[in-house]
Ligand binder design. Structure first.
Ligand SMILES: *Cc1c(COP(=O)(O)O)cnc(C)c1O
Length: 365
């Protein structure tokens, strides 16, 4: 059996270090907003090349607070994609703003920059590009349009820790960028965690208060905030795993290369990497016309796969009820074709070969 993700293999590699770090926190008797988080925020900001990182409870909270920190509310519009994880879009709706969906580029599966400008209206306040599967969105034209129309940009980098656009890490382009440290992400905690990063000192201060009941100092509250903090145990785990991120991303890239070589010259569409991109393969996503049957076949052979995502956000029940009836032809077509093969740094070449061969076996039938 080859599982879709296997975090037990990660633990076999770094378990001793992780246990020591967790023990250090427990023995310190300090669990919320302490030294581990301060250090992690510094180290993560340095890793990316930004000034500030603010740890929060999840990637979803990071997105929600980012939209809120920019003062976006009802009557405003925010442009994003429908081919993403639901939280990207929920962050807009939870702030009372209206979502304007833009279709995706069929090669990178990220926002189609050629369709951006026509989606901008006088109500538009922000754009949220998603660096989906680990491939960066085309940031240069996005930032140019944002500048021209006076819009904010919030990057959703939840699947792209360490990915690069024109040699610079994603998360460093927008006014704000959001990361999830959900356990299976390229940089994952051992529980829920997330962060917002920025170069803007004022936004950083505001977000630090927002995640802590709007509090500049204990028992003083300047506005109504939330409780959304990255706890000390998770921060300690993340500090250790951050040291391995580049090395593990390289392993993902090698695995992706092997998959793509083995699946070349078949009617499977393999992921592409633009010349301006460094893909970090949070997911290795192929496309095939008979996706459902292929998934079934792989499953029967003990190979577990997933679909990211089977139903685009605008067609989810929650969104139909909100009146989002748009046509997004590429998004809608792709959701019936995509299939994510197992992808994690501890997959062996033998396993990758066996998965690819099983895919080819299915096609040959
Ligand atoms: C994982 C993910 C999120 C949400 O992160 P959580 O930490 O699970 O709340 C948001 N956007 C994208 C693109 C994601 O992949």
């Amino acid at each position: 059996m080859i599982p879709f993700v296997d975090l037990k293999r990660e633990y076999q590699e770094i378990g001793d270090e992780i246990l020591r770090a967790i023990q250090r926190v427990i023995e310190s008797g300090w669990f919320i907003l302490g030294n581990e988080l301060n250090q992690f925020e510094k180290e993560f900001a340095d890793y990316l090349g930004v000034k500030y990182a603010i740890g929060v409870n999840s990637g979803s909270d990071a997105l929600y607070l980012a939209v809120k920190a920019l003062g976006i509310h009802s009557g405003d519009e925010v442009i994003t994609v429908s081919h993403t994880f639901i939280s990207t879009v929920d962050a807009i709706v939870r702030n009372g703003a209206r979502v304007v969906f833009v279709d995706i580029d069929p090669e990178t599966y990220t926002i189609d920059v050629d369709q951006l400008e026509k989606s901008i209206t006088p109500k538009t306040k922000a754009i949220i590009p998603v660096h989906l599967y680990g491939h960066p969105a085309d940031m240069e034209p996005i930032m140019e349009l944002a500048e021209e129309y006076g819009l904010y940009v919030i990057e959703d980098a939840s699947q792209a820790h360490g990915a690069e656009y024109k040699g610079k890490k994603v998360g460093t382009f927008g006014h704000l960028a959001c990361f999830s440290f959900y356990p299976t992400k390229n940089l994952g905690a051992y529980g829920d965690a997330g962060a917002i990063v920025t170069n803007d000192a004022e936004l950083a201060d505001k977000l630090r208060m927002m995640r802590n009941y709007g509090s500049p100092k204990k028992y003083y509250h300047d506005f109504v905030g939330v409780n959304s903090r990255l706890d000390e145990i998770q921060a300690a785990v993340l500090r250790i795993k951050l040291k391995y991120l580049d090395q593990w991303n390289e392993k993902r890239r090698k695995i992706a290369k092997l998959y793509s070589e083995l699946l070349d010259n078949s009617d499977v569409i393999t992921p592409s990497e633009k010349e301006w991109a460094k893909h970090v393969y949070h997911l290795y996503v192929i496309r095939h016309k008979n996706r459902d049957k292929l998934q079934q076949y792989l499953s029967e052979k003990g190979i577990k796969t997933q679909i990211h995502y089977p139903v685009p956000v605008h067609l989810q029940k929650a969104y139909l009820e909100l009146g989002y009836r748009v046509r997004l032809p590429i998004t809608e077509r792709i959701s019936s074709e995509v299939l994510s093969l197992p992808m994690y740094p501890w997959l062996s070449n033998g396993e990758v070969e066996s998965i690819a061969n099983t895919v080819l076996e299915f096609i040959g039938r």
